[in-house]
Design a protein around this ligand. Structure first.
Ligand code: PNS
Length: 161
């Protein structure tokens, strides 16, 4: 059984993330969406809130589960037998960061492979940060986030305005 780990901060999950999850679920036997801490970001939602949001969204897939981890990705990956890390690549600008991250992970765990899925053109400009920015200023974000979590983002943004 081939397991893929799709790590990210998912603050919040967007339709771009969901597109990657849907496609990874076709390629791998089991996809674990792992909500993690990115030390460079201050999250809008707690780890538990993000996990709960993703669980509501991925309930439709039979082979996708949700987990969280507050540590190194390689330590999480070590819990599985030959897992593959999946990351989405939106544009060339993502490449440097993603390449560095995969190399660092490979240095710490030489057997760990990272696979990149090219983002669908439709979502190539989309990011959680852009969604939060739009929501904070009251813009309509319904085209960018799964409907199951739309109210969560709108409500949290309203309280921060
Ligand atoms: O969605 P993001 O914010 O781009 O995801 C980045 C994330 C959370 C996958 C990355 O920051 C991460 O792997 N954090 C865990 C700590 C770690 O393993 N760091 C070493 C790789 S740079």
């Amino acid at each position: 059984m081939k397991t893929a780990i799709y790590p990210g901060s998912f603050d919040p999950i967007t339709l771009g993330h969901l597109n990657i999850i849907r496609r990874a679920a076709k390629v791998f036997d089991h996809v674990i969406v792992c909500v993690m801490t990115n030390v460079a970001k201050t999250p809008m939602f707690t780890l538990e809130e993000r996990m709960n949001q993703i669980e509501r969204v991925v309930g439709r897939f039979g082979n996708v589960s949700v987990d969280s981890w507050d540590g190194l990705l390689v330590a999480y990956a070590a819990r599985y037998e030959e897992p593959v890390i999946v990351r989405g690549l939106r544009a060339l600008s993502d490449f440097e960061y993603e390449f560095q991250m995969s190399m660092i992970n490979k240095k710490m765990s030489p057997k760990l492979e990272t696979v990149f899925l090219a983002a669908s053109e439709k979502y190539s400009y989309l990011s959680s940060s852009a969604v939060k920015d739009m929501a904070l200023y009251g813009a309509d974000i319904s085209e960018f986030v799964p409907c199951e979590i739309l109210t969560d983002v709108e409500e949290r943004s309203k309280n921060r305005r």
